[in-house]
Design a protein around this ligand. Structure first.
Ligand code: ZN
Length: 696
């Protein structure tokens, strides 16, 4: 009797879990068009069981590789490892996309619960010695000539992922590496928190008389911060960029500009509990020790191995090539600003906290570009269609709106992307306006990557998400020039995903390459030929007049010396810290001073980030020895765009075909520097970027 009862209970559980699984869309095949997730059927309760199931399946897939008694080969080990986690990817692709655009408390708490589970799962794989033994066997024994380029890249990538995490070390060294990593993660957390705490506490409370020079929009932003901080009928400036930059741009109160700027640039340097000066040498030294342990001379060597630039020498070389013309231009700009100070009847010397204020005056005088004059030409639908039209000119591909495909939010628009011959490429979802629960900023994401394992072509599902100006009343959404550039930028990332042509998906694009396909689109966005096509007045249908186009082009040269110099100074500082090969008791202030003296930075400009609040490189390490990446991608996009220009045809189909094949199609599955050469015929040159920024 007891037994029967138990059986019934077990059976009951089985039936229950079965029926739960049946109603959980993640456990069923999706018979929607292009196997897009059936968003309307997915409930919050479906995520966690599916995510956990994904982990279990991947564990089993890994175990199957380990248990395979055959001699390890590329197919039974590397390819097998590459295709693990498919179910987990399917579920998390949906989960993380939806959480980014439609976050709820429920989704947040799932993420909070699941993130540590997933990261532990990832550690268990990368530290799995039995798995690594098999991978290493293939790496050491496989006939490389029998593998094609993509397979060789994949083998190196996967072996590298393990080796760079210490898989080749002995037990004692592994212990040491673990300790270094633990210490580094704590220090980097402290570093970031110190910057935040030091910055968050600071505020300057303004009285009505302190507001002189501020436009209404800046005043009302300051008033709402004051209200949020409990200061009735006052105005507050904080050290957040959206607060202090407009203040420095418009405030006529030089004393307050100095006060705000000094506070901003001294975060982490106030000799108090949030001071970061002692943490910096600790972080730098631990990174040197880790690099040495893993067989590298410096942290930069370790990081740059996986970049397009490859070596610190290459990075220094092009940074220095840019530095001289940028500094010359900045000196001219400083002269112009100083002249304006004299012309106003003042005789003080230009200081860093004056730069934004006088640069804005010069801008108004010289360039006179009013955002509100432009907006009527930038109806967001027209801009998007302009980006589509550009892709059609270049690659012959088309975009057809579809209304029969499930979408995750009403406002989302869905486009089927097709080849010129009508064959399917993938789906692009555009989701452009802010709403509650959406992350800030703009990004390109997706539900599924392209792949082609065993001849089974998987079509990509890509999203472009933004927080652009919303339509007001019966007017369409009229966006700013900056938003236009952002739309084209994200569309460039989308094309990279849509036109990718890989067998496998396990690639990480080099950080210094990844913004190339996006930034190149910004070049086309402001070309007269392209503007004339899409920038038409939303009421009259008239294309944008030539004089406005000229204004846009002239204004793009404004203050470029300053912007390039403050950025390059920070990029060089980052490289100086991370090319050190000896541990020592470095003094951050002295070190930075020497570093900046070496390159001759002028006193009117300071690096975009001083060491003690340089979170990009000291909090987390995503950008350590990598802050240069932004301008490296800029060199690539300017150089590649110049290729089109030099041909006399902005939409040159032959060049576009090479660009599609090498820069978008196979990038990642082959060395990025190599694919760039195949596209361009040469290595990238810096001159086009110099010309574009008016530095030459
Ligand atoms: Zn981007």
């Amino acid at each position: 009797m007891k037994l029967i009862k138990l059986l019934i209970v077990i059976l009951g559980i089985l039936i229950m879990s079965c029926s739960t699984n049946n109603s959980n869309p993640f456990f069923n095949e999706w018979d929607t068009p292009f196997q897009v997730a059936p968003f309307d059927k997915i409930e919050e309760a479906h995520y966690m069981p599916a995510l956990l199931e994904g982990i279990e399946r991947e564990k089993q897939e890994i175990q199957d590789i380990i248990d395979n008694s055959e001699t390890p080969t590329f197919q039974n080990t590397i390819e097998a490892y590459e295709s693990t986690g498919e179910f987990l990817d399917k579920v998390s692709g949906v989960f993380y996309s939806i959480r980014g655009t439609n976050a709820t408390d429920g989704l947040d708490s799932i993420a909070k619960e699941f993130t540590p589970i997933r990261s532990k799962h990832g550690d268990n794989i990368i530290l799995n010695a039995e798995l690594f033994e098999k991978i290493k066997y293939v790496y050491d024994n496989e006939d490389r000539n029998a593998l094609n380029t993509e397979q060789n890249t994949l083998l190196d990538k996967i072996y590298g992922d393990f080796a760079r995490n210490g898989a080749n070390l002995n037990d004692e060294q592994k212990d040491e590496l673990r300790k270094i990593n633990e210490e580094l993660s704590l220090l980097s957390l402290d570093f970031g928190q110190n910057v935040r705490n030091d910055g968050n506490q600071w505020e300057v409370i303004l009285e009505e008389t302190d507001l002189i020079g501020l436009p209404e929009s800046v005043k009302s932003a300051a008033a709402s911060i004051a209200e949020g901080r409990g200061h009735e009928d006052k105005w507050v400036v904080t050290l957040d960029k959206p607060s202090w930059i407009p203040f420095l741009t418009y405030s006529q109160r030089r004393d307050l500009r100095e006060k705000v700027f000094t506070a901003y640039t001294n975060r982490g340097n106030n000799n108090d509990e949030y001071d970061n000066k002692e943490l910096i040498p600790k972080i730098v030294n631990l990174r040197i020790r880790r690099a040495n342990l893993l067989g590298y001379n410096t942290h930069a060597d370790y990081v740059l191995e996986r970049s397009m630039a490859k070596t610190a020498d290459t990075v220094y070389e092009f940074l220095h090539k840019l530095w001289k013309p940028a500094l010359d231009r900045a000196k001219t700009e400083a002269y112009d600003l100083q002249s304006m100070i004299y012309a106003e009847g003042n005789n003080f010397k230009l200081e860093p906290w004056d730069w934004w204020y006088y640069a804005e005056k010069v801008r108004q005088e010289k360039y006179d570009l009013d955002d509100n004059e432009l907006r009527p030409y930038f109806d967001v639908d027209n801009v998007r269609n302009g980006a589509f039209w550009l892709a059609t000119q270049l690659f012959g591909i088309t975009f057809e709106e579809r209304t029969d495909i499930p979408k995750y939010f009403d406002e989302v628009k869905t486009f089927e992307v097709k080849e010129a011959d009508g064959s399917h490429i993938g789906i692009l979802f555009t989701d452009y306006f802010p709403r509650k629960g959406k992350n800030v900023g703009a990004w390109c994401g997706g539900f599924r990557d392209q792949s082609n394992r065993n001849g089974n072509w998987i079509y990509p599902l890509v999203t472009n998400v933004g927080n652009f100006t919303k339509p007001v009343g019966d007017k369409p959404a009229l966006i700013s020039l900056e938003e236009v550039e952002t739309l084209f930028h994200e569309f460039g990332h989308a094309l990279h995903g849509l036109l990718s042509n890989h067998v496998y998906t396990n690639y990480s694009m080099p950080r210094d390459f990844v913004e190339f396909p996006s930034q190149i689109m910004e070049n086309w966005a402001v070309e007269p030929e392209v503007l004339k096509h899409y920038a038409v007045h939303y009421e009259t249908g008239e294309p944008i007049p030539d004089e406005l186009i000229t204004k846009i082009q002239n204004a793009s040269l404004h203050n470029q010396g300053f912007g390039t110099v403050e950025y390059l100074a920070a990029a060089l500082l980052d490289m100086d810290w991370h090319t050190l090969s000896e541990t020592a008791d470095y003094d951050p202030i002295e070190f930075e001073k020497a570093s900046m003296e070496k390159i001759g930075l002028i006193p009117e400009i300071i690096p975009r980030y001083n060491s003690y609040y340089f979170k990009h490189i000291f909090s987390g390490w995503a950008y350590s020895a990598g802050y240069y990446s932004y301008i490296y991608s800029a060199i690539l996009d300017s150089d590649a765009f110049q290729y089109f220009k030099d041909s006399g045809d902005l939409f040159n189909n032959e060049i576009a075909a090479k660009y599609r094949k090498y820069a978008l199609g196979i990038s990642g599955s082959e060395d990025a520097a190599e694919t760039y050469r195949k596209f361009r015929g040469t290595d990238p040159k810096i001159e086009p970027l110099l010309i574009k920024r008016g530095l030459k």
